[in-house]
Design a protein around this ligand. Structure first.
Ligand SMILES: [Zn+2]
Length: 315
């Protein structure tokens, strides 16, 4: 298949396994090999078998490859196919389905499904500094995806998630925080209520930040936690008032929903956060912030290291 060839990714990376491996080695080991067992830097020698190194540390002497400790570990899919998958998931606005990848790469559907989940894991960012700050604006909004199962109904009322300010009791929500002109963070939350929302916002947004939301009751605790809280009244068809708007965060949701509808129809609830990580990664490395398709792909490959995977691999 035809792929555009940007600067630091070339046709060779998508077709030649050695070239693909060298690229990944360059990204993971900019200062020389790092032994995944003992952490020894730049002290190893290449073994006969391509891509294998032996640690030179006397106490270690273990053999390793560049994919150990990454989302590609122990996969039998050739590395150039991994790079194609990384590139396709990063360059298409709404992502690519496992079915499409299975046809494009000529691999089993199950393997393609597995790859897309692992690449989403590579795209996940963690341990971040607070968003916003003095003079910055963060827009918050939520959207609803799944109904809450009956066995999780609140015992006292017998009703589905009837909690303070909850707008749509009985539904699971995705909360998105978007810094205007900056990045997004999304959260799949069990109950969209005041306490849950305000806790997430306190943990993720600097308190000097201006917060813009709609008039939903779930943001009622926000004024006590942040410098300013301004709302637009969607029920009265008000979408922009001065510079107060939630259009940015709604723009994020519209891409996410179109992607989920068109490509990922059968997303179970337990996987939703993986899809959110994927859409967040593309949004946080978007063209308006100076990233092109290659930068975005390379950032994801960089993120492939040190991710712990909890699901079993089929191949
Ligand atoms: Zn070692």
């Amino acid at each position: 298949m035809e792929l555009p060839m940007p600067d630091s990714l070339s046709a060779a990376h998508f077709r030649d396994d050695t070239a693909a491996r060298k690229l990944i080695e360059g990204i993971r080991w900019p200062n020389g090999t790092v032994c995944p067992y003992c952490g020894t830097l730049a002290k190893s020698y290449a073994l006969k078998k391509a891509g294998w190194y032996r640690c030179s540390s006397k106490e270690c002497r273990k053999d390793f490859t560049v994919t150990m400790g990454t989302v590609m570990e122990r996969s039998h899919i050739p590395l150039h196919k991994w790079l194609i998958a990384f590139y396709l998931m990063n360059s298409s606005k709404k992502g690519i389905s496992s079915h499409q990848l299975h046809r494009t790469l000529g691999i089993k559907y199950q393997s393609a499904w597995f790859m897309t989940h692992r690449i989403r894991e590579a795209m996940r960012s963690g341990g971040l500094a607070p968003m916003g700050g003095s003079g910055k604006t963060v827009e918050a909004d939520e959207t609803y995806f799944h109904t809450i199962p009956k066995d999780e109904l609140l015992p006292k009322t017998g009703k589905r998630g009837r909690r303070a300010g909850a707008r749509r009791p009985g539904y699971r929500a995705v909360l998105a925080l978007v810094e205007r002109g900056g990045s997004v963070r999304t959260f799949h939350i069990a109950n969209a209520d005041q306490n849950t929302v305000s806790k997430i916002m306190r943990e993720n947004v600097a308190k000097e930040t201006r917060i813009h939301t709609d008039e939903s009751g779930i943001y009622n605790l926000v004024p006590w936690r942040f410098a300013e809280h301004e709302t637009v009244k969607h029920s009265a068809y008000e979408y922009v008032r001065g510079d107060v708007t939630t259009n940015t965060v709604e723009g994020y949701f519209s891409i996410f929903k179109r992607g989920m509808k068109g490509i990922y129809q059968h997303c179970g609830e337990k996987h939703l956060h993986h899809y959110l990580a994927e859409f967040d990664h593309r949004y946080n490395h978007r063209v308006a912030l100076g990233f092109n398709d290659t930068d975005r792909t390379l950032a994801a490959i960089k993120g492939a290291s040190g991710k712990r995977l909890t699901y079993r691999q089929p191949n």
